[in-house]
Structures are given as structure tokens and as C-alpha cells.
Write a protein that binds this ligand. Sequence first.
Ligand SMILES: *[C@@H]1O[C@H](CO)[C@@H](O)[C@H](O)[C@H]1NC(C)=O
Length: 378
Amino acid sequence: MVSFTSAAVLLATAGIALAAPAPIPTAAAKLEDRATTCTFKSAASVSKSKTSCATIVLNNIVVPSGTSLDLSGLTKGTHVIFEGTTSFGYEEWSGPLVKLGGTDITVTAASGAYLKGDGARWWDGKGSNGGKTKPNFFAIEKLVSSTITGLYFQNSPRQVMSINDATTVTISDITINNEAGNTGDTSTAATNTDAFDIASSTGVTITGANVSNQDDCLAINSGTDITFTKSTCTGGHGLSIGSVGGRTDNTVKSITISSSTVTNSQNAVRVKTNSGTTGTISDVTYSDISFSGITKYGIVVEQDYLNGGATGIPTSGVPITGLTLSNVKGTVTSAGTNVYLLCASGACSSWKWSDVSSTGGKTSSKCKNIPSGSGAKC
Ligand SMILES: *[C@@H]1O[C@H](CO)[C@@H](O)[C@H](O)[C@H]1NC(C)=O
């Protein structure tokens, strides 16, 4: 016959091992636990104990290959601090290297903290369209009323911050430095390294980002009340909405992209929709945008995207309504095109463009259905 004490121990042990309902802590005990700062040196201990820490310090974590540094489902109010270098083992897998979710979460970085993807181990010029399977870097899922400040991402294998199902989230002063991916060799270059991909989110603000990458600096596939401001983008594909259509969520509404600079990129301002699909893009404003060294299109709006390419035949299923450009100015290289606007009949309306100039490149002769009286022109 076991004593009362050993039975309790056995029960407790079984409770953990078999994941039976855990004893409910009293409010006082819970508060006391939560007052702790937990300093973690391994990713495994983070997964195990994260929900009982008020502050999580990630100190020089080396994340094992093929696993995520799992900061999903954090307890409300948790503060996460990246400290030192966070690095990741190599494996061909789709990632993410880090996941984050919770309510009232604050994520910051200690001075000199880096998240190092060491993407060169995967880069093969094929990005997320073939070759080695590459992990995306930092996946935000179900993050509510939270802030992320000051993270420095280096050399991402492919897409960097993927923001899904976020509500009222501010992301400020992020550096994405993927410059080493510009190898000049198609068999070792980084591609599809989008900086910020946003879907199905409401109330996301990105401010003070400094991005050097090889794909969209910003890509909004769906979402409402999204702001991107006071940022710089270089090396990539520009500030993009889309391509919209053909996914589960195809609504883009109330977007402000402002006070930012795009240099040495394929495009500066880009809005694209997928051919033969449905959805809506409305109330999108680009203001105070300057650009230079643009190689493809200074400003492009097209409703003809299909499988990552353009068909040249616009379709009307994703109308673009209320596209405002104000003080959007810059230069395109001589091989590029200043402005390209390809709308299906009646599918672009209520546009308002003022103080827009894109020069140095070719004038397109293929523009179609530009809303009249909008000030937009090719
Ligand atoms: C942006 O980041 C690069 C490194 O990618 C750095 O050299 C540069 O100083 C940063 N610019 C600003 C304005 O912080």
C-alpha cells in the first residue's frame, strides 16, 4: 500500500506523462510563476516551459535542424527578448524556423542580437519554386494586440516574415539583410525572399523597416487596415499588393503605404490580381514614395497574373477601386518601363493620382482601361 505522499507524486508524474488534466493552479500561484524571467539556452526548453514565464529570454539559441523555435500559443502578456545570435540547423524542410502567436505579446531584441538564417546553405537560385526545400523564417500566426521591435534578420533561406491571422500588431524597426544572397550566379542566388507577406490580417502596422532582399519588400495578399511606413527597400521587387485572387481570402481593403524609399529593385509600386479569379482591392493609398534604379516598372497595376507570370489579357474578377497615388516619384533604368496599367473594362475605378512621376524608362503603349479623370496615365 502506497503512502499518500507517494500516490500524489505518482499521480503528478502520470499527469505530466499522460497529459491528463493538469492541476488548476490558484490565481496566486499562477501570478507568482508568471513573475519569473526564464532565460533559455535551448529551443527544447522553450517549448516545454514557455507558458509559465512572464519574460522569455532567448540566449544564443541554436535551433535543431527541421524544428521550429516554437513561440506559438504564448501566455497573454509575455515579453520575449532575443539575445545574442539565434541560429538554425540545416535541413531541407518548409519551416518555419520561428513561430510566434499569442495576445499582448511584446518581442524585442537586445543590442547586438541577430537571427541568422545562414540561407546560403539552401540558396540554389530556385527559391520556393524548386530545388532544395527551404524553410521560411518567421511565421506569425494568431497574434493579437502585440508588438515586435528591433529584430535583425540575416540571410533568410526564403520568405522572411509571414504574417497570417494577425490582429492589431505593430512591427517596428526590423532589419532584413539578405544582401549576401545577391551572388550574381543563378545556381547560388537567393530568390523569393519576400520581406513581409501579409494575409488575413487586420490592423497591422510596419514601420521603420530596412530591407535588402530579392523579392517583394511588402506583399499583401489579403487583409484590412494595413500600414507600411518610414521604411527602405532595396534589391527586391517593390511594394506590392497581390497577387490577389484564387486563395481562401481575397479581400484587400484600407491599405496605406507611405513615406518610404525603394531603390535598385524590379518595381517600386505594384498592384496585381490573378487572371480569372474573384476578390476585391479597395482604398489603397501610396503616398510620399520615392524610388530609383527600378529595372522593370516604376509603377505597375495589372489584372492578368497567372502562375507567376503575366498573360497580357486582363480579367475583371478582382476590381481595383480607390487607388490613390500622391507624391510618388522616381526613376527607372532605360530598359525598364515607367508606368504600366492593364485593367479589364470597368474593373479599375475611383482612382486619384496626383504628383506622380516615373521617368528614365520606356513609355508603355500597352496600357488599357485607365480610369478617366483619375490623373493616372502611362
Ligand atoms: C540598413 O541595413 C543595412 C544592412 O542591410 C545597413 O548597412 C544600413 O546602414 C541600414 N540603414 C539604415 C537606415 O538603418
